[in-house]
Design a protein around this ligand. Structure first.
Ligand code: PRP
Ligand code: MN
Ligand code: MG
Length: 178
């Protein structure tokens, strides 16, 4: 285990199995359709790369960069779009791919933004969900795992840009950020 972690929450094997299940579920639900998968940089990138290979209907990729945490462990409450998608999503079936839903502010903002662009449908897929962090009514349509109310890193999730490349998911030691 990485020395800055207090505990591993999900191992590489558990992640792989769950991602495969999510891919199968999405494949069933979108039978006969094409998906535009929009990964939210930077956190979603690892999950995005794994998930899209488990989806067996046509998938187009796009990316949006949104950030609300910066180098803090608490959301600033303001979602900043740093890069927009370049696909025209009008009448398209969009799945927004995220690493985690915590307060829900990022996804609420993005979902409404995409609905205004007249997508045929907009669904939310997140590897992790932290129910205790929620400050909005947003709910994931496809969720990998629920996580406890701790600061989680790895598998794309960072603290001050570090730890994204840890291949499993763990709880960061409090002494690292306090
Ligand atoms: C994190 C995470 C989600 C969002 C979830 O992104 O990757 O995008 O926050 O939190 P919320 O539900 O409270 O909005 P962050 O702002 O840290 O940017 P990053 O993906 O580049 O790390
Ligand atoms: Mn993010
Ligand atoms: Mg982050």
């Amino acid at each position: 285990m990485h020395k800055d972690l207090e505990k591993v929450v999900f191992t590489e094997e558990q992640i792989k199995k769950r991602v495969k299940e999510l891919g199968e579920e999405i494949t069933r639900d979108y039978d006969g359709k094409e998906i535009v998968a929009v990964g939210i940089l930077k956190g979603a990138i690892v999950f995005f790369a794994d998930l899209i290979r488990e989806i067996k209907v046509p998938v187009k990729f796009d990316f949006m960069a949104a950030s609300s945490y910066g180098s803090s462990t608490k959301t600033s409450g303001t979602v900043r779009i740093l890069k927009d998608i370049d696909t025209d999503i009008e009448n398209k079936h969009v799945i927004i791919i995220e690493d985690i839903i915590d307060s829900g502010l990022t996804l609420k903002y993005l979902k409404e933004n995409f609905e205004h662009r007249k997508a045929a449908s907009v669904k939310l897929c997140a590897m992790l969900n932290k129910p205790e962090g929620r400050r909005t009514d947003i709910k994931g349509d496809y969720v990998g795992f629920d996580v406890p109310d701790e600061f989680i890193v790895g598998y794309g999730l960072d603290y001050a840009s570090v730890y994204r490349n840890i291949p499993y998911i763990g709880i960061l030691k409090k002494e690292i950020y306090s």
